[in-house]
Design a protein around this ligand. Structure first.
Ligand code: NAD
Ligand code: TYD
Length: 381
């Protein structure tokens, strides 16, 4: 199957009237992507954010964008990607030529406790979206379906090596298994129906607006509140950390220059053991909000520094030991580079959480505390 020349997509993106449909735009990466595209690039078209608003979707994450660009270049449509009629209606209403698909159930621990929603959204939802795109686009080649995926589909690495785009899939959690299934479906639609797709498989993201169930925001907020900082197992699992805006820039480059049918790995080239990340957070917090001056911490017996809150807890079942991404292809072929170094990006992220207590409050309402109690109960250290 021949791939569409990159110039076609560049022209589509340069058009003032173009609309990009972003699924999952109220989540962590989707909301940062929308802000990045509308405020930090030359793009002059509009964006439709299609999101079900699960516990992980928060319109507060795009309140600034809605206030400044709402109903001119930014539109929100609440909907479920598993609902074919709703998806078709929105694609038709805005004559969408580009879909960037972030919507997913994304937390490994939740997939262990309850995999059903992962099957439904990540597999069936992606299938419904592909079908809607195929039916709306009818063989057009000046369109694009970009699927956002994860390095976790490749499985777990030993002490050395890194995932390539050609690494065989070996998912080991319900989350990564459902993402792997969705990747296969997206590629099948390219080969079988000629749908112009691209895929990206990305390493762990960090940055502002991340829901505080994931390691970095959870540790920052627990520390500030004088709560235990839970480290799974021996804390020696390795993740490759990438700033969320570097991810957004990479997806933007793929939309402009990526060839249909291709997959691009995106990584931070920044491997860290979990315990190192937790200690880094504690050290930065000591500078920005010293434990000795924090009433939630200083009055706790045996705790004088944030590091004293570190607590090793029972491991995550099937916990992948190490992820590392080889992202030479996107660097070589599309000219993408990471702009953030981890220590600067982490400091900026922690400062953001310190300045945005109202956002934290708004997303932690609802069932958040019930989830925390469920996930950490029984993980005796
Ligand atoms: P997130 O959980 O923060 O956000 C997911 C968003 O999708 C939420 O706004 C939610 O409301 C929405 N959503 C869920 N089910 C939906 C449905 N059925 N219909 C419509 N909307 C629905 O996730 P994230 O961290 O922003 O991840 C975004 C994408 O990036 C996911 O596909 C994930 O697999 C992938 N990814 C994430 C990371 C990471 O480190 N967070 C790394 C690599 C890849
Ligand atoms: P997480 O942020 O859930 O991302 P992922 O599972 O997609 O990599 O976790 C990052 C790493 O941190 C992972 O190895 C699990 C570990 N972890 C902890 O040690 N404690 C925690 O409370 C959480 C949420 C994660």
């Amino acid at each position: 199957m021949s791939s569409e020349p990159a110039g076609g997509m560049r022209q589509t993106l340069a058009s003032e009237r173009t609309t990009i449909l972003v699924t999952g735009g109220a989540g962590f990466i989707g909301s940062n992507f929308i802000r990045y595209i509308l405020t930090a690039t030359e793009y002059r078209g509009s964006i439709v954010n299609f999101d079900k608003l699960t516990y992980a979707g928060n319109l507060a994450s795009l309140e600034d964008i809605d206030r400044t660009l709402g109903r001119e270049r930014y539109f929100f449509e609440r909907g479920d990607i598993c609902d074919p009629r709703r998806v078709e209606d929105v694609i038709g209403k805005y004559s969408v030529p580009i879909i960037v698909h972030f919507a997913a159930e994304s937390h490994v621990d939740r997939s262990i406790h309850g995999p059903a929603d992962f099957i439904e959204t990540n597999i069936n939802g992606t299938f419904r979206l592909l079908e809607a795109a195929r039916s709306a686009w009818q063989g057009r080649q000046d369109v694009r379906f970009h699927h956002v995926s994860t390095d976790e589909v490749y499985g777990s690495l030993g002490e050395t090596g890194a995932f390539l785009e050609t690494t065989p899939y070996d998912p080991r959690s319900p989350y990564s298994a459902t993402k792997a299934a969705s990747d296969h479906l997206v590629r099948a639609y390219f080969h079988t129906y000629g749908l112009p797709v691209t895929l990206s498989n990305c390493s762990n993201n960090y940055g502002p607006y991340q829901f505080p169930e994931k390691l970095i925001p959870l540790v920052v907020l627990n520390a500030l509140e004088g709560k235990a900082l839970p480290v799974y197992g021996d804390g020696m699992n390795v993740r490759d950390w990438l700033h969320v805006d570097d991810h957004g820039e990479a997806v933007w480059q793929i939309l402009h220059k990526g060839a249909a049918g291709e997959t691009y790995n995106i990584g931070g080239e920044c491997e860290k053991r979990n315990i190192e990340v937790v200690r880094d957070i504690c050290a930065i917090l000591e500078e920005l909000a010293p434990a000795a001056e924090n009433p939630c911490v200083k009055d706790r017996a045996g705790v004088s520094r944030y590091e004293d809150l570190i607590t090793f807890v029972g491991d995550r079942p099937g916990h992948d030991r190490r992820y590392a991404i080889n992202c030479d292809k996107i660097k070589r072929e599309l000219g993408w580079r990471q702009r953030y170094d981890f220590s600067g990006g982490l400091r900026a992220t922690i400062s953001w959480y310190l300045r945005n207590a109202a956002w934290v409050e708004s997303v932690r309402s609802g069932d958040y505390q019930k989830w925390i109690d469920r996930n950490y109960a029984g993980r005796n250290s």
